[in-house]
Design a protein around this ligand. Structure first.
Ligand code: DCP
Ligand code: MG
Ligand code: MG
Length: 853
């Protein structure tokens, strides 16, 4: 019946009605068809329950066969692709270029997907059967590595790799709402591992070289050995592979990649046999498979994080045992820069001897991992030499112009311009515009006459860097790692970056996720380094308006627009509650609706040692984790237990854009203070406050009243504040959140109306299970804002009102859960909030910001 109604409403007229009628008729026929088959005992399933399938062009098996397979397995079959978005999947053998563009936002899969789903009796990841490559969908790579685009060879059948499948993340669909999601994500994320390893290598450096003499800044009296493993992850994965699965694998001949498995996952590392075929680190598996010559198979191996870690430890311990090295500077898990005093080792021959010995020892001790070594008398030369040395080699370069000039020219001619460290796509473009014919670094050395020209082309800093680099010298910034490694390696920020698996519907869940992130970052990371933070940056990735909802990479980010905001706390803190609340607030200032969120990164900057920070801002007696602290979190409660949600209308509709506060549906009542019969309780309430709170409160009220007495002073203060507010608006205050704006609650600014609304809310929720957490969250924000903006007396009135209500309702509802909850809110939150002297806190925030500017 309801179906008929909706049909009625959506029924098109005119030409469209012909297709519409046809579609309805065909859907009815499909239903009958399925029933008939069920009657004769043919097996039916619901594998394709939520799928609407359209077949494009000639397919094997044919269109009719696919139709039957879809219908019998619970799917809908679309005979015409009449309107955009009607189909969930398009089945095709191949697509001409025009269709590739037309279908770029669809899940276009090979017919084999249908067959395999039925065979395995489950809906398999469509990405493994996708026809469109990342070139078609323009998927953003998380990596900053370039991908090679190659013509797509449709004639070649790509055999889904068995090993890669068992290793695929896609077999275990992630749930970002699960409290364990973050830790699980970190366990699998190679980028997370890489950054953790790097941080710990740096920390180890600081500890083990404590007291070592710094190298004199201006005397370039050293030689650099830049040492890096060849295809590190791939080698370790090969050495530690399950040999029963791939007994005949040949590392030197067979193309091997390390990845998470599905076609749409990135290749973290590939061996040199794969590189010969054009496959590169950072490329998608699907793209790599298309580069294989006929008959050659790509082997994907899983990550061996633990073995990578132990191999790296062996590598570093071998290097640290070399006496001639003044420093072993960690670059990454597979790469180190060794600084050697020039007098320690002079001739090329002795250098080569040392390099050979090192390579042999590392290979032996790691069970077969190979490093290459580049040697030069600057960082840039050693790095370029390393490029020459790879794979499995040594390159020692002396840029001395008195030496062999042919060798110098040969060396520089072997590099492209973007082989220079720091030269990315945009710099390359600028250089090409200025010097269109220049291809190699040698050519660039010939055309660039002075630093001034390059500065004009690339800007001062980069111009200087590139100019010095082509002379074989390091710029000041790069050389800091040699002269001031301790400062460079000191932990200055703590961050997490979640760029996979983020699919939320409601703010509630995002709040919980932010709680988990904060607990991890504060409870584990900041505690580990004994730090606290005074500045937080939140960066969100929002799906681009024209990007597909499901990107090619399973649960990946797809194309996104970044949004970020920074909040300076003024006072360093390690309080989970404060930080989580700030993050939730920051989230709400960014225009990213929950459904469009694809990635979250959080960074704590301006870290200070806990011992150096002001004690008042720090949590004593350990860190309180928000999970266990019901101050700000939003505990789950079943729908039926809830009192009416007065602030959460958006909750029912995930597609609606999130609104911070919405007008309450409750009928507004006037608050008549003078005639209120509960007035008599006010004095008593004040008397009954704990002495400390009462004294503080009286003091506060006395101050504010005094200030208010002098109109002139007030105007002067206000003027000053406004000036400051204007200056700081962009860097700190977010529009409505300015403490000078009228304070809104439920879109209402009139205090008496707000009181009336709160009164109704308290009355209703006392009788039940207490206030809804989200409502409470906004109420707390409102109270805090009142305190922050010199309106403590209003908070007192609210407190007074709630206390009076509690008194009046004790007899009737004293044993209710809601009653107890409101008592706790009053005693643990509202009353203390008035005496926290948050005005001073705000003043510090402002001062801090001015300093920053
Ligand atoms: N890595 C990664 N993602 C990145 C960078 C690195 O997964 N964005 C991992 C995989 C690499 C390892 O770190 O194996 C070392 O990085 P390298 O850049 O040194 O790459 P490889 O060692 O794989 O190859 P090469 O022989 O070019 O050094
Ligand atoms: Mg390497
Ligand atoms: Mg490396």
């Amino acid at each position: 019946m309801s179906n008929d109604n909706s049909n009625q409403i959506n029924k098109p007229s005119g030409r469209g009605s012909y297709f519409y009628n046809k579609k309805v008729k065909q859907a009815e026929q499909d239903k009958i068809f399925r029933k008939q088959y069920e009657k004769i005992g043919k097996k039916t399933t619901t594998i394709f329950k939520n799928c609407i399938i359209y077949v494009n062009g000639h397919t094997i098996p044919g269109r009719l066969q696919i139709h039957d397979m879809v219908i019998l397995n619970g799917g809908k079959f679309l005979h015409h692709l009449s309107s955009k978005g009607a189909a969930t999947h398009i089945i095709a053998n191949s697509l001409p270029p025009k269709k590739r563009i037309e279908f770029k936002n669809y899940k276009v899969v090979k017919p084999q997907w249908i067959i395999d789903c039925i065979k395995q009796e489950k809906l398999l990841p469509w990405q493994d059967y996708s026809i469109l490559s990342n070139d078609d969908t323009q998927q953003n790579l998380v990596l900053d590595r370039s991908t090679v685009t190659t013509p797509i060879n449709n004639s070649k059948q790509v055999v889904p790799n068995q090993q890669s499948k068992s290793n695929s993340k896609t077999n275990a669909p992630p749930n970002c709402k699960d409290p364990n999601f973050l830790i699980d994500y970190f366990k699998h994320s190679r980028l997370h591992h890489l950054s953790e390893w790097k941080a710990s290598l740096r920390q180890n450096f600081i500890e083990s070289y404590k007291g070592t003499q710094l190298l004199p800044h201006l005397e370039k009296n050293y030689t650099i050995l830049h040492i890096d493993f060849d295809c590190f992850f791939a080698t370790v994965a090969y050495l530690f592979r399950d040999k029963r699965k791939t007994p005949l694998l040949d590392f030197d001949k067979d193309p091997i990649v390390v990845c998470h498995g599905s076609k749409a996952s990135d290749i973290a590392s590939c061996n040199y046999a794969a590189r010969k075929l054009g496959i590169k680190n950072g490329m998608w598996v699907g793209t790599a498979e298309k580069m294989l010559p006929n008959g050659i198979k790509l082997t994907s191996l899983p990550y061996e994080f633990e073995n990578i870690d132990s191999t790296s430890k062996t590598f570093y311990s071998i290097l640290q045992a070399v006496d001639q090295f003044h420093y072993v500077l960690p670059v990454s898990i597979d790469e180190a820069i060794c600084v050697m005093n020039i007098d320690a080792m002079q001739s090329k021959q002795t250098l080569r001897g040392l390099c050979n010995a090192l390579r042999q020892r590392i290979k032996l001790k790691t069970g077969g991992c190979v490093v290459s070594i580049g040697v030069g008398d600057s960082l840039v030369l050693a790095r370029l030499a390393l490029k020459n040395a790879k794979p499995n080699g040594i390159s020692i370069f002396d840029n001395d112009t008195n030496g062999d000039q042919d060798e110098v020219i040969k060396f520089w001619s072997s590099f492209k311009i973007d082989d220079l460290p720091g030269v990315g796509r945009s710099t390359l473009k600028k250089l090409y515009e200025k010097y269109p014919k220049v291809k190699t670094l040698q050519q660039l050395r010939e055309v660039v006459v002075d630093m001034k020209t390059l500065k004009a082309c690339l800007g001062n800093k980069l111009g200087e860097k590139v100019y010095l680099a082509i002379q074989g010298e390091d710029d000041e910034e790069s050389a800091r790692i040699i002269y001031d490694p301790f400062d460079m390696f000191e932990r200055k920020s703590i961050s997490i970056d979640v760029n996979w698996g983020i699919r939320f519907e409601f703010m509630d869940d995002i709040d919980k996720f932010l709680d988990v992130c904060t607990a991890y970052m504060v409870g584990q990371k900041m505690a580990e380094y004994n730090k606290c933070t005074s500045s937080i940056t939140l960066k969100l990735m929002k799906r681009c308006a024209d990007a597909p909802v499901d990107p090619m990479k399973y649960m990946g980010m797809g194309r996104c627009d970044p949004f970020s905001t920074t909040s300076r706390l003024g006072v360093p803190t390690n309080d989970v509650g404060v930080i989580a609340t700030e993050l939730k607030h920051m989230f709400r200032t960014l225009p990213v609706p929950p459904l469009e969120l694809r990635g979250i990164s959080i960074q704590f900057n301006k870290l200070v040692d806990v011992n150096d920070a002001k004690p008042a801002s720090l949590k004593k007696g350990g860190l309180s984790l928000l999970f266990h602290n019901d101050e700000v979190t939003t505990p789950t409660r079943s729908e039926s237990n809830r009192t009416p949600d007065i602030f959460s209308e958006h909750n029912g509709d995930p597609h609606r854009k999130y609104k911070r506060l919405r007008r309450s549906p409750i009928k507004e009542k006037q608050y008549h203070e003078e005639t209120d019969p509960q007035q008599q309780y006010q004095e008593q309430f004040f008397k009954e406050l704990p002495t400390q709170i009462r004294n503080d409160l009286q003091h506060q009220i006395a101050i504010t009243t005094k200030v208010k007495d002098s109109k002139l002073k007030r105007m002067k203060d206000e003027l000053q504040r406004r000036e400051k507010a204007l200056r700081n608006m962009n860097s700190h205050f977010m529009n409505n959140d300015s403490i000078f704006a009228p304070i809104k609650f439920q879109n209402e600014t009139h205090f008496k109306k707000i009181c009336s609304m709160v009164k109704d809310w308290v009355r209703e929720s006392i009788k039940n299970k207490g206030p809804h957490p989200r409502d409470l969250y906004f109420f707390k924000k409102y109270v805090n804002k009142l305190c922050d903006s010199d309106r403590v007396h209003l908070v007192l009135r609210l407190a007074d009102m709630i206390s009076t209500m509690l008194n009046l309702m004790t007899d009737q509802f004293g044993s209710e859960e809601g009653f107890a909850e409101w008592e706790t809110i009053l005693i643990k939150f509202i009353l203390p909030s008035m005496t926290q002297n948050r005005q001073n806190f705000q003043m510090e925030r402002k001062l801090d910001i001015e300093y920053d500017i």
